[in-house]
Design a binder for this molecule. Sequence first.
Ligand code: SF4
Length: 292
Amino acid sequence: MHFTGRTWRPPYEANTPIIQATSGCAYKNCRFCSLYKDEPFRMSPISEFEADLAEIKQYQPYARRLFWTGASPFVMSYDNLKLRALTVRDYLIKCQSIAMFASVRDIMSKDVWQLRKLRAMGINGLSIGVESGSDETLKLANKGYTAADILTQCKKLDEAGIEYYLVYMTGLAGKGNGYRNAVESAELFSQLNPYFISVDSLTLFPDTELYAMVQRGEFTPAGEKERIEELCTFISHLHIRTHLLANSVSNYHPIAAHLPYEKEKALGELQYVLETKDESEMQAFRAGLRSL
Ligand code: SF4
């Protein structure tokens, strides 16, 4: 297999076979992220991609799902995505869905009819790391798009029938801003249809711009309890039927809930953490994290 770059897939795709479609990140400007900092962006040549498909076919000929690695393979043009999706069919006859990371920017360049066609060719399951639905936070994180862009582009996915997952990050708005960030984000997400929402919590690493902003006194990180309160606010203000997965390594207290049915249970669990845990103990957990 041609894994030339840093290979990263979300925890919920842990059982999905992976193939490198792109490596590195085409954007690299989010202030909290250093994942692909030293790696140039590259699209895997189709010959390389095809050779990897042939290899996957040898050991998983009946794979029903495939995850394309890279920070945003959806940045590829419609024609390039189409070529690769059809090539997957040549090798994996049973493959019904092709998942990958996508940015809101990548959707902008595609029309709804193109998205529909891609869906028909198997592309389904886009992980979109918007992190927030608040313009102030999106600007602070330098995501490169606005809340209105998220709404417009994800509605195109809804229209095309492409399943997508949104990522929300607690703590990203900084100290004292968690409540506002949660309310604005929940209001935006509630206008969309994410199959599930994955929640991470900001961990500051020294090679990021946000870390440098802390050193310069331009950003004050939220405490751990504020992040749990932010998550409670976010859950309380969400008004859609979806799954919430706040169980990745960056969450101090991992929880998963089917909303709205398990809303009260999730809030009760988080309230218990707020009442029984010590802030310094929680901060020690964060200091021990070595990756996102
Ligand atoms: S968060 Fe995603 S889009 Fe932003 S710099 Fe990191 S890998 Fe690239």
